[in-house]
Design a protein around this ligand. Structure first.
Ligand code: PLP
Length: 379
């Protein structure tokens, strides 16, 4: 079977891969690889390549209001590994953790893999409902949140809720893991500062990833931890993966230090806002009442809401056959049920033409499912 040349719209979480500064990335990589110094080829520091840790700390201070020096930064292989390590180190098997409901299922899986009992906590318009979380499980040892841009609903956690969460963590000696995956793509006003910057008591573990700002197969992300936890995290990294690939870390360090990541993110912010506008307008034009797609203030995806009673499962199945990759909102709830049927539509990685074509395919999919004939081959 021939492999698709382009990713299928609307897979969530895929950045604009064609827009990467390929030349610059390749130039830095080629120079490093031509005759690499021995320290880039031998075993490296489990905490990460020093210049990258410094570059990440400087960038997080400047762009996210994170309180960090290079010594507190640990380089890992993405947000997934970061959360797994945090759970492994800070909790004992059987301990409970609050997780936003809905949430990106991979992160729930990381906690379960570490033997943690996951407590799904509802998210409302202000973010994770802390009062309800306390009622559900006051003794939780960790809360995993996406305060700057809730994944997948897109809500921004209010200051009041942030302070409530930090208060709980301080009082109960629990940890907050802040996943700041795509917050740099905020279209109205400057990106919101990270929760970690508000924390006066060293209870927040900050997690970032290059999967959204560069590309997911790079498998590089980072943790910012309170100084007293650095050596424990370094030991856990050493025990599980020794360290992340050093040549890629060095390439990334130079890329960041040269200002290329800042430039790329700035350019993508403009492009993603445009792509979202194309998707929202096209959905309104072609889908009307069938799919309500409100604009989102940030990120790389929107949630499109379906009429009550619509069969999300049949929809995603038929959509896949028609070359469209939509994820049902229900699949992100712990119970696999959403109060309202909906679809998560990623737009960042797709050209205007692909988005329009994707919406057309989605329209045909919706009509087919509505007609109650999901098995019928499409036009
Ligand atoms: C909320 C959230 N955090 C983090 C990630 C990225 O994880 P990783 O850095 O392991 O690629 C994703 C991926 O889609 C995500 O949706």
């Amino acid at each position: 079977m021939a492999l698709p040349l382009r990713p299928r719209p609307f897979q969530p979480g895929i950045p604009a891969l064609a827009e990467l500064p390929h030349e610059t990335w390749a130039r830095i990589g080629a120079r490093l690889r031509r005759r690499p110094p021995a320290d880039l080829l031998s075993y490296g520091d489990s905490r990460g390549y020093r210049p990258l840790r410094e570059a990440v700390a400087e960038r997080l201070r400047r762009t996210r209001g994170v309180r960090a020096v290079g010594d507190q930064v640990l380089i890992v292989q993405g947000a997934q590994q970061a959360l797994y390590l945090a759970a492994l180190l800070l909790l004992d098997p059987g301990d409970s953790a609050w997780v936003e409901d809905p949430c990106y299922p991979g992160l729930r899986a990381a906690l379960l893999a570490a033997g943690i009992s996951v407590v799904p906590v509802p998210v409302d318009g202000d973010g994770l409902d802390v009062a309800q979380a306390r009622r559900l499980c006051e003794g939780a040892r960790l809360a995993r949140v996406t305060p700057s841009h809730q994944s997948p609903l897109g809500v921004e956690m209010t200051l009041c809720r942030r302070l409530e969460l930090l208060d709980w963590a301080r009082q109960s000696g629990a940890w907050v893991v802040e996943d700041d995956h795509d917050s740099e793509y905020r279209f109205a006003g400057p990106p919101l500062a990270a929760l970690q910057g508000l924390d006066q008591h060293g209870r927040v573990i900050y997690v970032g990833t290059l999967s959204k700002s560069l590309f997911p197969s790079l498998r590089l992300g980072y943790l910012v931890v309170p100084p007293g936890l650095v050596s424990a995290f370094a030991a856990a990294i050493a025990a599980t993966s020794r360290h992340s690939p050093t040549l890629e870390q060095a390439q990334l360090a130079e890329f960041i230090a040269g200002g290329h990541l800042d430039r790329h993110v700035r350019r993508m912010r403009v492009l993603y806002e445009h792509r979202q506008q194309v998707l929202v307008a096209e959905a309104a034009r072609q889908l009307g009442e069938l799919l309500d797609v409100p604009p989102a203030a940030a990120g790389m995806h929107v949630v499109g809401w379906l009429p009550e009673g619509m069969d999300e499962r049949a929809l995603t199945r038929v959509a896949a056959r028609r070359g469209v990759s939509v994820v049902s909102i229900s699949s992100t709830y712990a119970s696999r049920r959403s109060p309202r049927p909906g679809l998560i539509l990623g737009y960042a990685g797709y050209s205007d033409g692909s988005i329009r074509q994707g919406v057309t395919r989605l329209r045909r999919t919706l009509h087919e499912v509505l007609a109650g004939s999901p098995g019928v081959a499409g036009p």
